[in-house]
Each structure stands twice: as C-alpha cells, then as structure tokens.
Design a binder for this molecule. Sequence first.
Ligand code: COA
Ligand code: ZN
Length: 307
Amino acid sequence: MDQIQITEVAARDGLQNQPSLISTQDKLGLIGRLVAAGVESIEATSFVSPKAVPQMADAGELLPLVAQRWPRLRASALVPNLRGLERAHAAGAKEIAVVLSATETMNRKNINMGLAEALDTSEQTLSHARSLGLRTRAYVAVAFECPFEGPTPQSVLVRLAGRMHAAGAHEVVLADTIGAAAPAQVRERLQALRDVLPLHALALHLHDTRGLGAANAWAGIEAGVRRFDTSVGGIGGCPFAPGAAGNLATEDLVLMAERSGMATGIHLDGLLDAIGFAEGLLGRPLGGRSSAWLRCSRPAPAVQAVA
Ligand code: COA
Ligand code: ZN
C-alpha cells in the first residue's frame, strides 16, 4: 500500500503562538497522545530566543524527556542559527530543522536577518548538523506567498530549495506559511522543483487558512510527494506572519489518505483523543474540517455493566 509519512508539528507550530504558557508536562501529555495514535515523527520544539517565542523556552528540558519516554520516536527541533543547533545538540537532538524564508522581509521579521544572511546561516547550520551526525530538514517558508511582499517568485523558491538540498538537507520542507497556495500552483511549483531535487527529499507543510489545505495536499500526492507536516486539531501558525492560521489538520490528511487507499500508520480514534486533550489545554474547541464528522461517527464508549 502507498505510504504517506507525516511529521506532526502540533507541539511546535501548534503551540508556539498560543497566548497562555503550556507546561512541559502538558506538552508531554499531548505528545504522548500523538504517539499513542501511531505518530512516528514529530517536531517537538524549537531552540529559538525565549524572548522571541516564550512558549518554546523549555526546549532544553522537553527534548530529553521526549527521547527518554519514546526512544523510537523521531523527534525534531527547529533551530534558527548555530546557537540553536548547539542548544539542540546539548539536549540530545538527533534531528533538526533550519528555517529559511523566501523573502527579505519575512526573514527579517522571523529571525532578524536578511535573505542573504539567512541563507548563509541555514547552510552553515546544516553543514554543522551533518558533521554532528544529525538528520536535517530545511524549511523554505513563504514558499507561495509572503504576507509582506506578496507572491513569491517561483524562480526564487526553486533556487533556495536547490541550495538547501545541495547543502545536505535530508528533507526540504516547502512551507505555505500563510496558507495562500492553490492546487494548480502546488502542481506547477513541484514540477519546477523536480529540476533541483528529487521529490522523495521534499515535504509539504501546508496551512489551511483558506480551506484549501487538503486540496493542496492532494495536488502534492498526485505529483508524487509522500511527506507532509500536519498538526492535530489544525492548531498552529507563525507569530511573525500576520494572517497565518492553523496547519492542515492531521486528522484531515489521515482521513483523506485512508479513504484513498493510502497508509499513514496513524489512527483517527487516537487523534480524537489528542484533540480532546489539546482542547483542554487551550480552552477552546479545536479540529480540522473533518473533526465534527469524525466525532459523530466515533463509536460511543461501551457502557460499564453495574453488578
Ligand atoms: N536560542 C536562544 N537564545 C538565542 C538564540 C537561540 N537559538 N539565538 C540567539 N539567542 C539570544 C542571544 O544569546 C541573545 O541573548 P541576550 O539578549 O540574553 O544576550 C539574544 O538572543 C539576541 O541575540 P541575537 O543574535 O542578536 O539575536 P536576534 O535578537 O537578532 O534574534 C533569533 C535572532 C533568530 C534568535 C530570533 O529572531 C528568534 O529566536 N527567532 C525565532 C523565530 C521563530 O521561532 N519563528 C517561528 C518558527 S518559523
Ligand atoms: Zn507552519
């Protein structure tokens, strides 16, 4: 059966923008439910400035606890610079993700560097991470449209993705940071990207701002992409990208894959438990496009017989 590989990003992309601080124990509670649902790869946290993203200040405590509890889980951490890589390595990270944006302004807003410096930093960080024996992912953010500069030229995207692949990234992650893509563009950009990297080295990180997340994922699947980033309950969004709404929900992609005869290794019932837990943490209803239907069609728990 055709396999879809999902990296669950709720613990990083999902939580980074939440207004109230979530405790390390509660983050472990969420990750534990994802693992119970069958998730094998997560982005657990980010080693960024705690002033920039206070929610991720516990990265150094969280990551070793995740590795200790779930030794077989692939747990990645986002690092914006060499300082982040050092911290991630000290915490025992086996996989990291660098974050390059395709425009000058988005890099400035996100990591306080221009495009040239961000590119240089990402390449150095990838090279250093590889010399440490780490698996590496490289985001190319605002791959379709930038909230500050408008549509991202395809030629720029292709150049940057090619540079990240050449710098040794095991996976180049095309991120539709503000959820502006449409399926025809996904198809067109993937076609152009084939010139600079093989599609098995490419992942799609989609946001569902305009309700096209699943349609965009399907365009990716049809083009040959098999790796996706998703977030349970559709929580997520970049604090530095105005208008960024939640990620494509894990349950929506898992449902679409299941109904289309593809395997993800993740079960929907377990995801509903994770959504319920995340709702308790964030104090509001959550869920992707399919979650209302999923909840209705979930078998009621067996009633305990009273002796
Ligand atoms: N982790 C923790 N602290 C870091 C750090 C890292 N990876 N990189 C830099 N710092 C600290 C420095 O030590 C310094 O600390 P001090 O003020 O106590 O002396 C401070 O941050 C400023 O350092 P500087 O190199 O001048 O960074 P900056 O202010 O230009 O910020 C980033 C650059 C990348 C650290 C910051 O913009 C950032 O963390 N961005 C993350 C954005 C993000 O997570 N976006 C969402 C995901 S895409
Ligand atoms: Zn994202």
